[in-house]
Design a protein around this ligand. Structure first.
Ligand code: ADP
Ligand code: ZN
Ligand code: ZN
Length: 724
């Protein structure tokens, strides 16, 4: 027999299938990891296929040395997924396979996955010589206890006695079968009665299709997810539910644990490698049947899936931006198809891309238009900060927000102040009229680069002089820069010296459990103000929060990204959803320098459909995704001359594609990346925007050009979230 093996190494030259002989006595199976001779070394690989014949010169083939473990760590579905990902993302095979295994299993750190125990061999003669006292004790022990692990016996009776008995065949190793655990509803769990709309959603979602659940914040989507999972478990199937990392609040986890108990395996970044491995094992063996986690949980080793759910499907974090790059939606679609189960995408603010697919009938749209508790959404008041400036208020807060905060404090309630700091890029804005410097070619905001004091377009690379005067109104009060959380906290403490002000951002949550400490303190203090970034935008359910202030809503609006308006809409909706979640009515104060921007009109009315229509139109006219495809090829190397030459070579070949596809390539250029050097590597890129027709072909051609020229693997990105 012959095996096709993928070597577990990163080098580009090894990124293919190697053939080995399988020795007759080796119980090799597809999906197992094996040790193989390679050159002068022995290295680990994955057996991806077995066959009776092989086309190579058999005399030159070498044989597999041993198996890493006696089970297939990579299941057949994952092997198919590997092929799919390699084709779609141009990733190396080994790097994909590594995504499927917990880090504890790599680098020879593997531990036993199944418990093996010793039992007495019923067919062996158990009479022992008088001198073998320890061995006799083991036999007696096993007669009484039936089975025991090797370490248990060694500890009690000594390893040599265990070994001697095993060699004589008196005791045998037996794998303890871990049975699929039946799922039991946890005791004391109060089941919520679904409202008719939720029930309709649960009843509808059962086919092998993709469903888009568009439900406003607080509409009870989580309850729908739980009912669906329950339904599938009772049919004997398993489930994967993905949530964005920041939504993996202890609240959500407790919720699922209390309902599904040990059937749930939680995979999140707070786990140690060992804990992650334990959860993985429970899924692999069928002990746990629901995988809940962030992006990478889509690779959970569950078979027989009954449903896959992606909550907050619009979230950026579902796209992996470091290698290996992949889009969770694609993987989920693949696995749902493979398992012939439904894929459910849920959001209060679906991505334009997904909603477009629902519109075209590719996804089935289901709506939950009202909150489960029947309450209205909080009212959003838009404050024009230019008016504030004209009135002499140069502070961070509008007079409206200050007076609303004063009322909250007086009523002993709570407020959240949200600062949008998702990109670090800063743009240039006129403080008088709100004008923002934009690229003349791309209609995206320019980014201020301090080191060379220039404004740059992150889409086409064009550079502009820094403005000293506003081209719109002539004012010289034109600045770059953004307000940070620290400054906001400081100012709040000045205005309200006796009120508890808490801060939550990357700086204050770097230590373990810091998150929870801040949230607990906030929860237990009345009145209090919580200042934070994206971290406070979703998931939290504080009943005393009656006011949400959005300090500088425009921040995400002027990021250099065609998705920036969409993100602004999503953020406002999410943040607003934090207010008025229980008895008291909530309110949102939204401060902006561009009050007439369409995003604020639609967001303040919670008009997703209106927003979508407008945004769809703009993207279609400007040929941005989903009406085109953006391809970025990133070259990075420590040797700048090498990357620059490589870029030139590739670009000179790529430019010929324009002849082949004269109408399909909307834009193509080569340039330095906005972040020119990262981790000591110089970064250059080719950017391309192409029409959807022939996009696959162009992508493939471009990949071939680049792959042929480069000694290392290159990073291909489709519709990247971030062009830095
Ligand atoms: P979403 O995920 O859509 O934002 P949640 O699932 O968190 O909404 O639900 C919001 C609140 O409404 C939760 O406190 C939840 O317990 C409650 N809820 C959900 N469904 C119902 C229902 N059918 N009846 C009563 N309360 C419900
Ligand atoms: Zn430009
Ligand atoms: Zn101006």
């Amino acid at each position: 027999m012959y095996a096709e093996v993928i070597i577990d190494q990163d080098a580009k030259a090894l990124d293919k299938v190697f053939e080995y002989i399988v020795p007759d006595d080796l119980p090799a199976r597809v999906g197992m990891r094996a040790i193989v001779p390679f050159g002068a070394r022995y290295i680990q690989g994955f057996i991806v296929a077995l066959k009776e014949n092989c086309d190579y010169d058999k005399s030159k083939l070498r044989a597999i040395s041993s198996l890493v473990e006696d089970f297939s760590a990579i299941k057949p579905e994952m092997l198919s997924l590997m092929k799919f990902m390699a084709e779609k993302y141009h990733l190396k095979l080994a790097s994909i396979l590594r995504l499927f295994l917990p880090s504890e299993m790599r680098e020879g750190k593997v531990k036993e996955l199944f418990i093996t125990k010793y039992i007495l061999n019923s067919e062996a003669d158990t009479t022992l010589s008088k001198s073998a006292k320890k061995q006799q004790e083991i036999v007696d022990y096993l007669k009484e206890n039936l089975s025991a692990t090797s370490s248990e016996l060694s500890e009690k009776f000594g390893a040599s006695a265990v070994k001697a008995l095993a060699e004589k065949g008196i005791i045998l190793k037996q794998k303890e079968q871990i049975n699929r655990t039946p799922w039991i509803m946890q005791e004391g769990f109060k089941k919520v009665q679904l409202n008719p709309m939720q029930q309709n959603a649960v009843d509808t979602i059962r086919e092998n299709k993709t469903y888009l659940l568009h439900g406003v914040t607080g509409s009870g989507k989580t309850e729908v997810y739980m009912h669906l999972i329950e339904k599938e478990l009772s049919k004997g199937k398993n489930a994967i539910m993905l949530v964005p990392e920041i939504s993996l609040t202890p609240q959500i986890m407790a919720n699922f644990k209390s309902r599904f108990g040990d059937s749930v395996a939680l995979l999140h970044s707070g786990l140690s490698a060992g804990e992650r491995f334990d959860e993985w094992k429970r899924l692999f063996s069928g002990q746990a049947r629901i995988a809940i986690g962030a992006r990478s949980a889509i690779f959970a080793p569950l078979e027989n899936l009954g449903i896959i759910i992606i909550d907050e499907e619009h979230e950026q974090s579902y796209i992996s931006e470091s290698n290996p790059r992949y889009n969770t939606h694609d993987i989920a679609t693949f696995r749902a198809k493979y398992n012939a189960c439904p894929l459910l995408l849920g959001s209060a603010t679906p991505s334009v891309e997904s909603y477009e697919k629902a519109k075209k009938g590719e996804y089935t749209l289901i709506e939950l238009p009202v909150r489960a508790n029947g309450k209205d959404m909080p009212k959003i008041q838009i404050i024009d900060m230019i008016n504030e400036l004209r009135a002499g208020n140069t502070g961070i807060f509008s007079s409206q927000l200050v007076s609303d905060l004063a009322k909250v404090i007086n009523d002993k309630k709570q407020a959240m102040i949200f600062i949008n700091r998702r990109g670090y890029a800063s743009f240039m804005r006129c403080r008088e009229c709100g004008y923002i410097a934009k690229c003349s070619d791309c209609d995206v905001s320019l980014v201020y680069h301090r080191e060379d004091n220039r404004l740059k377009c992150h889409y086409c690379g064009k550079q502009f002089k820094v403005l000293d005067k506003c081209p719109q109104c002539g004012s010289e009060n034109i600045k770059q820069g953004a307000v940070g959380t620290e400054k906001v906290v400081q100012e709040l403490r000045n205005i309200f010296p006796n009120v508890k002000v808490l801060r939550m951002d990357n700086d204050t949550t770097s230590t373990k459990n810091a998150h929870q400490k801040i949230l607990n303190e906030f929860k237990n203090t009345l009145p209090a103000i919580l200042v934070g970034t994206q971290m406070i935008a979703k998931g939290h359910d504080f009943e005393n929060v009656v006011l949400v202030g959005i300090v500088d809503a425009d921040q995400s609006l002027y990021q250099t990204d065609y998705r920036s308006t969409e993100r602004t809409f999503q953020l406002i909706t999410q943040v607003s959803g934090r207010a008025g979640r229980s008895q008291d009515e909530g309110k949102v104060v939204l401060q902006t320098y561009a009050p007439r921007h369409y995003v604020y009109k639609f967001a303040s009315n919670y008009d997703y459909k209106g927003f979508f229509k407008k945004e769809e139109n703009i993207r279609e006219v400007a040929s941005f995704p989903p009406f085109s495809r953006i391809i970025r090829v990133l070259f990075a190397d420590t040797d700048e001359n090498y990357v620059r030459d490589l870029l030139k070579l590739c670009y000179n070949n790529a430019i010929k594609l324009k002849e082949k596809y004269p109408n399909e390539i909307i834009y193509m250029d080569a340039m330095k990346s906005p972040i020119k050097r990262m981790q000591n590597k110089f970064r250059y890129q080719i950017l391309m925007r192409v029409r959807l027709e022939y996009a696959d072909e162009i992508e493939k051609d471009l990949f071939e050009i680049v792959d042929k020229a480069s000694k290392n693997s290159v990073f291909f990105e489709i519709n990247p979230q971030n062009l830095s």
